[in-house]
Ligand binder design. Structure first.
Ligand code: SF4
Length: 370
């Protein structure tokens, strides 16, 4: 077997974590060095995906030689739920299930049912949501809802089959994703958001057809600027179509009025159609960075804590969970608080001022979820 045929598993280096046996978390909610609280935890439950979107998991890199993480390396549902409980104790109110494609994780409904049981320290339910490419929703939407999922976000990068199939690079048809969105609406998984990553010269001709299609549908359509996530998508600035241009294209046909943020740390700039046909959003990490109130942490499928989408290294929580010494929830909380407490991340802001950190390879988005 030649070197090139050795299956390549993507598992970036992580910082080990150590906590004293008597470590206790700080009382009350925690904040990072910029005063940002920890409110939103994105949990990647698998590194597998059935799509090969070029801006996230390009086929020429994640090809037939690519191997996914062995199951034993993944956090179990019990480990995920235990960690989620610890994060909720530190201030997290929103859990987003991601991947890869999370619905490919067998028995996902069981995990969702476990997470749906969690409550904030003052007894409130959590905002439990999921991001999916929609490929399995026709079959799974009702089960996910029954398990306790509240709402979801579907990625869809165009309505034209040729454009969409070129972007997902596995020939997956638009109609099946649209059927999945309809099934999710019937199952009561609303409000449903649809995310479209816009690449200049690739799918920007789909902006108006998408806007037209989702007007009056109750679905919130968001346009995402193409980002330099990871180190494999060959990102160039000239492929970014700024959200301002996307907004102008839509407003020229369908007048828009601004809406205020619905929650602190929200990534999307919200606008409504002036004629009442619904809402659209713009997620502009490249041209309008939103690091100032970023309250998001990410947990990789093998239990590494990342404090930024553009991070280069994670912190190994699984090592604590599976270490020789049993650790208490207080020790886990102290470890998370220690990491968050020294957080300084603001990659998009720095990129915007030409000071983006260079050198180490950024973590891949398919590994920690968007
Ligand atoms: S670049 Fe990092 S710090 Fe800034 S908003 Fe994104 S995840 Fe948050």
């Amino acid at each position: 077997m030649s070197a090139r045929e050795v299956p390549l598993v993507y598992s970036p280096p992580a910082r080990p974590l150590e906590v004293p046996a008597d470590a206790v978390p700080p009382a009350g909610l925690i904040a990072d060095t910029l005063g940002r609280p920890l409110r939103d935890l994105r949990i990647s439950v698998t590194d597998r995906c059935n799509f090969r979107c070029g801006y996230c998991m390009p086929k020429q890199v994640f090809d037939k030689h690519h191997a996914f993480l062995p199951h034993a390396e993944l956090l179990s549902f019990e480990e995920i739920t235990r960690l989620a409980r610890v994060f909720v104790g530190l201030g997290v109110e929103k859990l987003r299930i991601t991947g890869g494609e999370p619905t490919l994780r067998r028995g996902l409904e069981a995990l969702i049912a476990m997470l749906a049981e969690l409550r904030t320290p003052d007894g409130r339910e959590l905002d439990l949501t999921l991001t999916t490419n929609g490929s399995t929703l026709v079959k799974k939407a009702a089960e996910l809802r029954a398990a306790g999922l509240k709402r979801l976000t579907v990625s869809l990068d165009g309505l034209d089959d040729a454009v969409f199939q070129r972007m997902n690079d596995v020939g997956f048809p638009v109609a099946d994703v649209l059927d999945g969105i309809a099934a999710a609406q019937v199952a009561g998984l609303g409000p449903i958001k649809v995310n479209m990553v816009v690449q200049r010269g690739v799918n920007d001709d789909q902006i108006l057809p998408m806007a037209r299609h989702f007007r009056h549908s109750g679905v919130v359509l968001r346009f995402i600027e193409y980002m330099d996530v990871g180190a494999t998508n060959g990102w160039r600035m000239d492929q970014v179509l700024p959200s301002r241009d996307v907004l102008d294209r839509i407003a020229a046909v369908f007048p828009l009025v601004p809406l205020s943020h619905s929650a602190p740390g929200e990534t999307a700039e919200r606008w409504a159609y002036a004629d009442g046909a619904g809402e659209v959003g713009f997620i502009s990490s490249v041209t309008q960075a939103f690091c100032g109130d970023c309250n998001r942490a990410r947990l990789s499928t093998e239990g590494r804590l990342y404090t930024c989408l553009f991070a280069t290294r994670g912190h190994d929580l699984r090592g604590l969970l599976r270490g020789p010494e049993a650790v208490s929830d207080d020790q886990l909380a102290a470890a998370v608080a220690q990491v968050w407490g020294v957080r300084t991340d603001r990659y998009s802001q720095l990129r915007g001022s030409g000071q983006a950190p260079q050198g180490e390879r950024r973590v891949e988005m398919h590994y920690i979820g968007g």
